[in-house]
Design a protein around this ligand. Structure first.
Ligand code: AHR
Length: 512
């Protein structure tokens, strides 16, 4: 958590960090990814057989190498909107017998050349855990249960044997499963009502947990701020005693929310992800409200939030059916930094967050036939994944704030939008790491830092102005490393993201 006091723009900002005040553990899964059968994410992104850059599986080695740097704990698959007409059986078995199908989310053709076994193999090579999303559009419960059995079954049963026949003896143990994707959306095949969805999700969850009680099931929420979120939580978070007497495990483990932000103007763009902070707060309250109203015992684990699609995206500017290849600017990189600050600050409530998406489609990583390009947004993601782990610690910021219009408009009356957006962690290695995003376009801030114990390693992400990109043949935004002795004031450059890192002297303070 970071608290805030507004002061005048001409006063010296103060950032206080208390390494002893540990607030909540950060779930590493907040640095998760997402790969959808959409545009060039799978085909031509992670999978490119025949390219000299690919391995024997057809996996792009340069993409794997880059994604390994991000140390991604979980990757969601295969959609997204794509999943609403996806039949997983089309994508297993001999490749030459797999059917090509019309694809209705992005209006292409799905060859099914890449499917369940290929994705799970790719996850093993990358060193990440899979997270599957079930087809709540044209799919059936039988099909969903068969998919779980195919992936996780250990007995002498049909789909477990089909997996063995297809070359995989051991179960994959796929733990995370989403109960549909954005089923509320008019863009969705088989869009549904909250009433119909809640009924179906609860019934599917019951069957899936009977089949495999170790699954972690994710309810399809909306943005965290809607009556859909309230209703589905209220209907689906029920005391377990009412359901599975032989398996007293909660049916719903997580509630998903999605948010894409974007504005053509820099300050609304860079501050927009603060809406995600309010959304997390509201959705967390809705979880508590449902549990209170339904009389759920405090002994039953409280579901966490699964922010399984987030990013900067303007779907008009970068249309889905044309592959949604956003060109990210420095402004967008700062927005991504603010998103990630939000996730660190809200670590108590977040069980997972997946950037949408991991390759080519609204992504920090782009491929060509010849190699890869790291977009501006790559750098904040890399820094956070590397250093912003461990515990969220208490921080306080006193600085001026942006007072203009926000995107979404409701953000203006619900959150402060300070010039300096801050999160702080104490890593398991005993280092304090803080990220300061200075969203101001023209003003640097010389700031006092309280709580700095030793000399400081500094990482800075910035560029010559907020509109520069890395997509015009030159890396305009990258990572600069430097050192600071920790004395006096530190100047946060205009339109920059700074990570400061120092060894905590915990012996000098009370540790909570
Ligand atoms: O990530 C792109 C799309 O955005 C996803 O398919 C969908 O879930 C969301 O609308």
């Amino acid at each position: 958590m970071t608290t805030f006091t507004k002061i005048q723009d001409n006063e010296t900002p103060v950032i206080s960090v208390n390494a002893g005040a540990r607030l909540s553990k950060i779930n590493p899964n907040i640095y998760s990814g997402f790969t959808e059968h959409m545009g060039r994410c799978i085909y031509g992104g992670i999978y490119d057989p025949g390219n000299t850059l690919s391995d024997d599986n057809g996996f792009r080695k340069d993409v794997l190498e880059a994604l390994k740097e991000l140390d991604i704990p979980v990757v969601r698959y295969p959609g997204g909107n794509f999943v609403a007409t996806y039949h997983w059986l089309d994508g297993v078995g001999p490749k030459d017998q797999r059917p090509a199908r019309p694809e209705l989310a992005w209006l292409g053709t799905e060859t099914n050349e890449f499917g369940t076994d290929e994705f799970l193999k790719w996850c093993e090579v990358l060193g990440t855990e899979p997270y599957f999303c079930l087809n709540f559009g044209t799919g059936t419960l039988d099909e969903a249960m068969a998919w779980v059995e195919y992936c996780n079954g250990t007995g002498n049963t049909y789909y477990a044997n089909l997996r063995r026949k297809n070359g995989r003896q051991e179960p994959y143990n796929v733990k995370y499963w989403a109960l549909g994707n954005e089923t509320y959306g008019p863009w969705q095949v088989e869009q549904t009502t909250k009433e119909a969805y809640a009924h179906k999700a609860y019934q599917w969850a019951k069957a899936l947990k009977l089949l495999d009680p170790s699954l972690i099931l994710v309810l399809c929420g909306e943005t965290g701020t809607t009556s859909w979120d309230y209703y589905t939580l209220k209907e689906c978070l029920k005391p377990t005693r009412a359901t599975l007497n032989s398996n007293p495990t909660p049916l719903i483990d997580m509630h998903s929310i999605h948010m894409y932000t974007a504005s053509p103007n820099h300050l609304p763009n860079a501050t927009a992800p603060l809406a995600a902070e309010r959304a997390i707060e509201i959705a967390s309250s809705l979880i508590d409200l449902a549990r209170i109203e339904n009389g759920i015992s405090p002994d039953e684990p409280r579901p966490t939030l699964c922010f399984d699609e987030w990013n900067v995206w303007d779907p008009i500017r970068a249309e889905g059916r044309f592959g949604a290849e956003e060109t990210y600017t420095l402004s967008d990189a700062l927005a991504v930094g603010v998103f990630l600050n939000v996730f660190v600050r809200k670590s108590r409530d977040l069980g997972m967050a997946c950037i949408a998406q991991s390759v080519n489609v609204i992504s920090p990583l782009m491929t060509t036939k010849e190699g890869i390009v790291k977009q501006t947004t790559w750098w904040p993601l890399l820094l956070f994944s590397k250093y912003m782990r461990g515990w969220t610690i208490a921080a306080h910021v006193a600085c001026g704030s942006y007072e203009g219009e926000t995107s979404p408009a409701w953000l203006r009356s619900t959150k402060d939008t300070p010039w300096l957006d801050v999160s702080a962690v104490l890593g398991d290695d005993g280092y304090v790491n803080i990220v300061v995003v200075n969203v101001h376009e023209i003003q640097s801030f010389k700031s006092k830092l309280e709580g700095v114990d030793s000399s400081v390693q500094v990482f800075t992400v910035t560029g010559s102005d907020v509109t520069v990109t890395n997509m015009k043949g030159k890396e305009e935004v990258s990572l600069q490393e430097s050192k600071w002795d920790g004395n006096g004031e530190y100047e946060f450059p205009k339109h920059s993201l700074t990570l400061l890192r120092w060894k905590a002297r915990l012996e000098n303070r009370l540790v909570w």
